[in-house]
Design a protein around this ligand. Structure first.
Ligand code: C5P
Length: 397
């Protein structure tokens, strides 16, 4: 990974995962970056500034004050090409989301003009807490990037999201972002994402566990690489950077189809990452269904197949990419879909893989083309998006 000549500020806050910031510093230096390290007081309880100054070959700043007076945080904020805070504690997230400026990390954050990345690390309950989630949203809305904490065993003994992203993944994300790739410039891409909700009555619906994360990450990443992206998103609570992509929000499979059909002839590529409901209630009741002594039967009917509809109308210049989540006969089923829906390639996720599928920050995929299968490792969904888009660029060329 290339970071030659890039100027990176690494902020470290007080989490047990701070021990990994030594490896992160090493990897950044190895990639060719110039690194300046900032630490909160609490971080110095977990790892010594001496370790980081030795590895970064630069003085480490732990306070706004220095022996000579003030450390020049404004200059540092303007110097950097990227500012990464890893690990970011819940406290540092809250501080920076709200503009509180009582330590060197915060002072530099408020002066920084470069892109800012947060790699949070905390206990699962703290991560899932509404306050933390609200702070994350505030930072994302302001244009900062959150490198999602993968799930796994936590220092507290809990198992779930909250681990610091692997230093290798952090370096890759920074390198890719700073490379300023524009290999999708001028490509118009339609992306579907999220679940659909199929109403039963005014208060109930049939839905599924898709969060929309994979499709949203793909959309934002394609836009950063220069594509003109239209994201058609089913009900999802995740934030979308609307400065990057055009967003249409829909509820049902039928609404998703309508928006996609209207858009399809004007785009070059369709990426169908939505988990569209296969069935919907045959009749939608206008009033809330009342409890009764009998067990009511639910009559279902098929929803429209968006993929098959777009596939049937696909022009020579267009590419259509599908997703498949299979639990058995994965390759055989994926190949069947490739033909039936006229996909150019299909991204296969396996629910059998730990850390892959719905609601996780990571995914393990295989890309199934008509004549070959390419296997990828388990990795952060933003890096999975990069693999998928690289494959697309290759197929477009
Ligand atoms: O047949 P299956 O649902 O497994 O196919 C998955 C692929 O087809 C995904 O790309 C999904 O977004 C797409 N699809 C669709 N409309 C449907 C069902 C699936 O676009 N009604």
């Amino acid at each position: 990974m290339e970071l030659k000549g890039k100027k990176i500020i690494l902020g470290i806050s007080g989490s047990i995962a701070a021990y990994k910031s030594a490896t992160l510093t090493r990897l950044l230096i190895k990639a060719g970056a110039e690194v300046r390290v900032l630490m909160t007081d609490a971080a110095t309880d977990f790892i010594s500034p001496l370790t980081l100054s030795t590895l970064s070959k630069n003085e480490v700043l732990c306070s706004v004050r220095s022996e000579a007076g003030w450390n020049n945080h404004v200059e540092l904020g303007l110097w950097a090409d990227a500012y990464i805070i890893a690990p970011t504690t819940a406290n540092t997230l809250a501080r920076l989301a709200n503009g509180i400026c009582d330590n060197i990390l915060a002072a530099v954050y408020l002066s920084a003009r470069c892109p800012v990345y947060f790699a949070p690390a905390m206990d699962m309950d703290m991560w899932l807490h509404r306050s933390t989630q609200r702070n994350l949203e505030l930072l994302q809305e302001a244009g900062d990037t959150i490198i999602e904490p993968p799930s796994g065993e936590l220092a507290s003994g809990l198992n779930g999201p909250g681990r610091l992203a692997e230093p290798e993944d952090i370096v890759r994300i920074l390198a890719r972002a700073l490379a300023g790739q524009h290999d999708l410039a001028g490509t118009r891409i339609l992306i579907t994402a999220g679940p659909t909700h199929e109403p039963l009555d005014p208060v109930r619906y049939l839905g599924n566990r898709s969060t929309g994360r994979m499709g949203i990450v793909l959309a934002e990443e394609a836009a950063r690489r220069g594509a003109d992206v239209h994201l058609v998103l089913g009900p999802s609570s995740l934030a979308v950077d609307e400065s990057l992509v055009r967003l249409s929000r829909v509820e049902t499979a039928q609404e998703m189809l309508n928006v996609c059909v209207a858009s399809w002839s004007g785009v070059d590529v369709g990426i169908l990452a939505a988990a569209v409901a296969d069935y919907r209630p045959a009749e939608v009741q206008t009033h809330k269904i009342k409890k009764s002594e009998n067990n009511p039967a639910l009559q279902l009917e098929r929803t429209p197949d968006i993929a098959a509809t777009l596939g049937a109308q696909k022009g020579h210049h267009q590419k259509l990419i599908g997703f498949a989540l299979e639990t058995q006969n994965e390759l055989e089923n994926a190949r069947g879909k490739l033909e039936r829906k006229n996909f150019d390639f299909i991204v296969l996720n396996s629910l059998a893989d730990k850390g892959a599928g719905f609601g996780t920050a990571t995914n393990r995929i295989r890309i199934v083309d008509h004549n070959k299968v390419t296997e990828f490792e388990l990795k952060d969904k933003t890096l999975v998006a990069t693999d998928i888009l690289n494959h697309l660029v290759h197929r477009l060329s």
